[in-house]
Design a protein around this ligand. Sequence first.
Ligand code: FAD
Length: 397
Amino acid sequence: MDLSYSPEEIAFRDEVRAFLDAKLPKEMSDVIRAGGELGKEGHDRWHAILNEQGWLAPNWPKEFGGAEWNAVQRHIFEEECAAAYAPRIVPFGLSMLAPVLQKFGSKEQQDHYLPRILSGEDWWCQGYSEPGAGSDLASLKTKAVRDGDHYIVNGQKTWTTLGQYANWIFCLVRTDPEAKQQEGISFLLIDMNTPGIEVRPIILLDGTHEVNEVWFTDVKVPVENLVGEENKGWTYAKYLLTHERTNIAGVGFSQAGLNAVKRMAKAEKHKGKPLIENPHFAARVAQVEIDLMAMSTTNLRIISKAAVGQAPGVEASMLKVKGTIIRQEINDLARRAAGPYAMPFASEAVEGDNMPVGPDYAGPVAAQYFNNRKLSIFGGSNEIQRGIIAKTMLAGG
Ligand SMILES: Cc1cc2nc3c(=O)[nH]c(=O)nc-3n(C[C@H](O)[C@H](O)[C@H](O)COP(=O)(O)OP(=O)(O)OC[C@H]3O[C@@H](n4cnc5c(N)ncnc54)[C@H](O)[C@@H]3O)c2cc1C
């Protein structure tokens, strides 16, 4: 396999670089470089810039307004965005719900929702997990009872990422309590402004607000908001999850993180020598670099399959497991490189009038390390993914 880029691909990369140079606001990349998070306004702004360029939906077919890039173009774009410290696009509408609507939604749903995802008019969040239904998602209890031309929804979702910004939520709900677990679930689109919905923040240990609980009390949802057929939601839910898992791999972000680790390890000294020359540290960097190269190739293979309409299957689980292990290892190497300077609480190190404690790059290292513990849990925990891989591949089906 020839892993070098063709002249067309190099020209495409240059075009992406020129775009990022001209259009990525510096104040935005500064926040990302410092390990910070954008609020809704920042996300909306970057979303609009990409949409104006026609590059917001690389994976969508052209007929729906996507860029329909091939696997290599998408890989190049992701790499360049990460290297330039561009914000990561919030995936819920664009790369989770949209593929489901494109494959299983009605024409009316496609015409209504897809343009609103592109324009940023709708901000979607994901209502899958519940207390008691995370890994064991099919145990979910939120119920929707048909009442004329509406469903009446009652229940609770949890860990709803960025739900505080969302005006729509896609939900798995139980529509047939008598059926076998997986067969009684439906996929509903719910307007967050409907009476009876309450979003309660879950404040994390570092004081940030990233996840929420969403409560439903007698929420009326029109039946036309059902995606596909009633009680067939499990099929659509699984299709969405394979897309979620591929996205979590984050090859470009790992590449940018690894480059940062190398820069840090050249600047930091260990026993009078640059840390990068320490054999133990260097071996870990080399190992993660090899793993990342191997995963990039797997990622390209899987994106190519998705590009010709095949849903990524068990390979998405492989990518999810490997991608998150690599990202967490890179976070760990950065924490080790920063040493004691990683200890001060990030806001003291990088905000306000406080002088940074130690080098600038050390400020966000601990916060990233702790926050990214989540990577191996969400989108289906890595233990569960290993179970899927074993069942589907090793046991032959
Ligand atoms: C930061 C964050 C953001 C999230 N965002 C969203 C969101 O936006 N929308 C949404 O719907 N959900 C979201 N989730 C939920 C996420 O998908 C679940 O946390 C995840 O599926 C795991 O479920 P659980 O937390 O209930 O853990 P549990 O299922 O209780 O698992 C606990 C532990 O037991 C292990 N385990 C459980 N069963 C098995 C088994 N059969 N074999 C081996 N090990 C097992 C698990 O791997 C895990 O290590 C988010 C979670 C986090 C942490």
